[in-house]
Design a protein around this ligand. Structure first.
Ligand code: BES
Ligand code: ZN
Ligand code: ZN
Length: 486
């Protein structure tokens, strides 16, 4: 499906179906040509309310404002109706008095996000029939809203959405297919993008690096671990962003085995790894002026005679010893070693993304990412970009009293909190032990356990993987680069 922009009146463009947003319940807008019919049908133009006039081939969607998320929800509602028809082409106009380019970018995003469908394991595929969406600059009143601005907006929106859908594909793929070795092969392919290189490390490197925590998690798996390190390095890069992703291709819980129901969907435990790949891919395709690293600790958490055990003591790359209270708290062990490795790259920003704790889903529900870290400025900066991206975030605060929970009588720290309260925060504070002092204020921990995989459709997201973390971080880096330009 391709999205094109035309500097034409909407009625001068040919398409099978027209989409009309009814903004602010303005039934008198020139594009609402079926006012009487819509009233007769009881259409109130409430946010996300749709009415498909099949004879006239017009989809009307209610929209409260031109705020980005409203446009995304309305665009994806329309596309959800249209994708069930045989329409090959669709047209939509843009609205006056908007910020040039913004609505075009988010429309493009939502058309691509909303039309995603994962059919890899279906014997009968149902391919998207829609081929072209034309965005008409019909109602643009601002002189600076040039065709070029609009085309650039489509390009960026398309890259952001495709990077998100790319992460969804990786997470939705079954764990038997998306192993650590396979994930590394997939990552390697990204080196075809300009300025991207990829290094893949195996267990020998992990041993050399003394990554005893990561290695222990891998021990019971018959599939070897992989440390994936992708680098996007454009000329004259202004800053260095280092992303670290939890890449647990399956989390059975290990010897502290998960109950059957909780194990289902644990193929999504590499959601952080998929997100950092999506972020790097998108950033490189947009051509952001930053050096960006994506580091993924990839393995599964299995059971077997070799498995690491509750009561074991592991030694992480930075020499800290960790007593194991529960082998299901494995993500933080893999991340511990990866964060030590990442700190050595001297980042300006160090961000880890992980499906780390069930407690996070209890605290925030399944749609929200928890943002943790020491610097309020940094947290606020990412979170304000996240709002624009449409991803939901909330913060959870570290504190000195919860830190006590991680004490171990025989090692430097325990991998679980003593009483379980504040499990998302104690997991974040565990990771803090592996971020070097110089980088404490440059570090953010994002727990995506809720939104990475949701078992129902929500907004423009489908049941299954959502690519959580990709959009907020791309928006954030784009915002940072705009600030530097000003
Ligand atoms: N991968 C899970 C966290 C998770 C749970 C992600 C639900 C997505 C949905 C993680 O490895 C885990 O099992 N954490 C334990 C930690 C506990 C043993 C301290 C948890 O949350 O129960
Ligand atoms: Zn676990
Ligand atoms: Zn896990």
């Amino acid at each position: 499906m391709k999205i094109v922009v035309e500097n034409k009146k909407i009625d001068d463009v040919k398409a099978d179906i027209k989409i009309v947003f009814v903004l602010n319940k303005d039934f008198n807008h020139k594009w609402v040509e079926d006012k009487k019919t819509l009233e007769f049908l009881g259409f109130k133009a409430k946010s996300e309310e749709c009415c498909f006039l099949t004879e006239k081939k017009i989809v009307y969607v209610g929209i409260d404002s031109l705020q980005s998320e409203e446009i995304r929800l309305a665009s994806s509602k329309a596309i959800n109706i249209i994708k069930n028809t045989n329409a090959k082409s669709v047209k939509i106009g843009t609205y006056a008095n908007e910020c040039p380019g913004v609505s075009i970018k988010v429309m493009s995003e939502a058309f691509i996000l909303g039309s995603y469908s994962f059919q890899e394991y279906k014997t009968k595929k149902d391919p998207l029939k829609l081929e072209t969406i034309t965005i008409c600059l019909d109602d643009y009143s601002k002189p600076n809203a040039s065709l070029e601005t609009a085309k650039k907006a489509v390009k960026v929106g398309t890259i952001i959405a495709n990077s998100t859908n790319y992460a969804k594909d990786l997470v939705n793929t079954i764990p038997h297919d998306m192993t650590s070795v396979e994930l590394a092969k997939v990552a390697q392919k990204l080196d075809k993008i300009d300025n991207v290189t990829c290094k893949i490390y195996d267990e020998n490197f992990l041993k050399e690096q003394k990554m005893g925590a990561f290695l222990a998690v891998n021990r019971a798996s018959h599939i070897p671990p992989r440390l994936i390190h992708l680098i996007y390095k454009p000329k004259n890069a202004k800053k260095k962003f280092v992303y670290v992703g939890k890449g647990l291709t399956y989390d059975s819980g290990g010897l502290s085995l998960k109950p059957s129901a909780s194990m289902v969907s644990m193929k999504s435990d590499m959601g952080g790894g998929a997100a950092v790949l999506g972020i790097l891919k998108g950033a490189a395709q947009i051509g952001l002026p930053y050096e960006i690293h994506a580091i993924i600790g990839a393995t599964e958490n299995s059971i077997g005679p070799e498995a690491y055990k509750p009561d074991d003591v592991l030694v992480a790359k930075n020499g800290k010893t960790i007593e194991i209270g529960n082998t299901d708290a494995e993500g933080r062990l893999v991340l511990a070693d990866c964060l030590c490795y990442a700190s050595e790259l001297k980042p300006d920003y160090l961000i880890d993304i992980a499906t780390l704790t069930g407690a996070c889903v209890v605290a925030f529900g399944e749609y929200t990412t928890a943002v943790m870290g020491h610097s309020c400025n940094l947290k606020n900066s990412l979170m304000s970009s996240a709002v624009e991206s449409g991803e939901l975030t909330g913060t959870l605060p570290f504190n000195r009293y919860l830190k006590e929970q991680l004490k171990s009588p025989i090692a430097d720290l325990s991998n679980i909190g003593k009483n379980g309260w504040g499990g998302t925060i104690t997991a974040g504070m565990f990771l803090d032990n592996f971020v070097e002092d110089n980088y404490k204020d440059k570090w953010l921990h994002l727990d995506i356990a809720g939104p990475a995989f949701v078992d129902k459709n929500w907004g423009y997201n489908q049941c299954g993987a959502s690519g959580a973390g990709v959009r907020m971080n791309l928006y954030w880096m784009i915002d940072q680069s705009k600030k530097e330009d000003n």
